[in-house]
Design a protein around this ligand. Structure first.
Ligand code: 6PG
Length: 243
């Protein structure tokens, strides 16, 4: 599979979410594998995507074959308003016929280091491997205003090169502990979709897209699938500073 990047820009977030959902359906339809493993991002941006999938794709996606993972999770209980699992579960999983066993939650309530190791083992057990690295069919990523992605923050660039599959990260402002996929696992994925909307992200997006030297400090800039395709799904405000 060639290594390539595509940028898709839409007028508003709802159009971005619909386009990504359509691309996801096409991927699952062309995949011959018995299982399709995708990792979700957290934060607020994916909520529109979850709503589109819940409302329009309940009867279209092959839920029995879809396995949901997370690119990162906050170290909080699953019922916390901070939980990325809760955000997806309340909006999406409660509305579609997905088997419980296909939802691979990061257990934010557990000891972070112990859970990072447990989740890594679960990923290795369930996914195909390329050498030592598990291969996700699709990883959906968001990007913070500081250019972080998953929970790889500019303050912890070593997580981009870690030999671990999952690591414990620390939010640079709140100090909240997170469990995150590391950069090498992310870049082994067959497809990576960045879902980024809003003018607050325009500065970082322009630095990345315009190859600005400042992008060297942005973890999102290091997302580049080695054997796959990267598609940026942006709305016009987020893309407004791309030259
Ligand atoms: C998280 C996410 C994180 C998120 C960005 C963007 O756990 O917060 O995985 O990487 O994608 O912070 O967040 P918003 O979508 O809320 O802007």
């Amino acid at each position: 599979m060639e290594n390539s990047t595509e940028v898709k820009i839409f007028p508003k977030p709802s159009k971005v979410a619909k386009a990504l959902a359509k691309e996801l359906l096409a991927m699952t339809q062309s995949s011959q594998q018995p299982q399709f493993h995708l990792a979700l991002s957290g934060g607020s941006t994916p909520q529109l995507l979850f709503e589109v999938l819940a409302e329009k794709y309940a009867d279209l996606l092959p839920w029995q074959r879809l396995h949901f993972w997370w690119g990162d999770e906050r170290c909080v209980p699953p019922g916390s308003e901070e939980s990325n699992f809760k955000a997806a579960n309340d909006t999406l999983f409660t509305a579609v016929p997905i088997p419980e066993a296909n939802i691979h939650r990061i257990r934010g309530e557990e000891d972070p280091e112990t859970e990072a190791e447990r989740y890594s083992r679960e990923i290795v057990h369930e996914l195909n491997l390329r050498g030592q690295w598990p291969v996700f069919d699709l990883i959906i990523l968001g990007m913070g205003n500081d250019g972080h992605t998953a929970s790889i923050f500019p303050s912890q660039p070593e997580l981009l090169q870690s030999e671990k599959i999952c690591a414990v990260a620390t939010h640079p402002v709140s100090g909240q502990q997170r469990i995150t996929l590391t950069g090498k696992v992310i870049n082994q994925a067959s497809r990576i979709f960045f879902l980024v909307t809003g003018e607050k992200k325009a500065g970082r997006i322009s630095e990345i897209m315009n190859n600005d030297p400042a992008a060297q400090n942005l973890p999102a800039n290091f997302v580049s699938p080695e054997h796959g395709k990267l598609i940026w799904f942006l709305d016009e405000p987020a893309a407004s500073l791309i030259s």
